[in-house]
Design a protein around this ligand. Structure first.
Ligand code: CMP
Length: 140
């Protein structure tokens, strides 16, 4: 399996409950390395740009409002098969459908406030990483 990088975002519901460290522990325990990380607050415009792929979806406005409502922690995770592994650890988008032990099952509140975001393919990961980080911000 190839070593990959993926973009992870710890969302406002999780930063608000001060569980950033507990989520990071789960990534590290699974073998993912946090090779870049920063806490920031997205503007509404930045959230709209990041989630532009969902712009036709009914939840787009609410999603962008929510993602700009408080701090997020953006991070680059690296490891074997990182994109799929990260998605496995996160669990299903809707916490109600997420498997036991996953982050969204443990911490997610609902389909919107689901604590974490992860890239869905290596190609999208490369784009999403560029949205938040320059080459010099990433130390593998
Ligand atoms: P995320 O992985 O960040 O990608 C898009 C986000 O839209 C998703 O997680 C959810 O937080 C949010 N969302 C809100 N409503 C829905 C919905 N009905 N279906 C899918 N995603 C939703």
């Amino acid at each position: 399996m190839a070593v990959e990088r993926t973009l992870s975002i710890i969302k406002p519901d999780a930063t608000g409950r001060n569980i950033t460290g507990r989520i990071n522990t789960q990534f590290e325990d699974a073998g993912l390395r946090i090779i870049a990380q920063k806490r920031l607050r997205l503007t509404r415009e930045q959230a709209e740009a990041f989630y532009a792929v969902h712009s036709e979806r009914s939840f787009y406005g609410d999603l962008c409002e929510y993602m700009s409502s408080g701090p997020v922690v953006a991070q680059v995770l690296e490891g074997e098969n990182a994109v799929a592994l990260h998605r496995e650890i996160m669990g299903a988008t809707n916490p109600a459908n997420a498997a036991d032990g996953t982050i969204r099952k443990q911490f997610g509140l609902n389909v919107q406030e689901n604590s974490v975001h992860g890239s869905d393919s290596p190609e999208n990961a490369a784009q999403e990483i560029k949205f938040f980080f320059g080459d010099r911000d990433i130390v593998g």
